[in-house]
Design a protein. Structure first.
Length: 51
């Protein structure tokens, strides 16, 4: 195995899981903030959350 490859099946579980999930969680947070900004910008559409 090369040095830059990561093996997700060996080693400590928590640190590997955090390193894997952190970019996903950051992206979800940014997406939620973008959606909140869009909702605040258009108050006429508060009656429907899915449109």
């Amino acid at each position: 195995m090369r040095n830059n490859e990561k093996n997700l099946t060996d080693g400590p579980i928590l640190s590997t899981l955090v390193k894997f999930a952190l970019p996903i969680l950051v992206a979800l947070f940014l997406q939620a903030m973008y959606g909140a900004g869009e909702r605040a910008e258009s108050p006429g559409r508060v009656w429907c959350f899915f449109l």
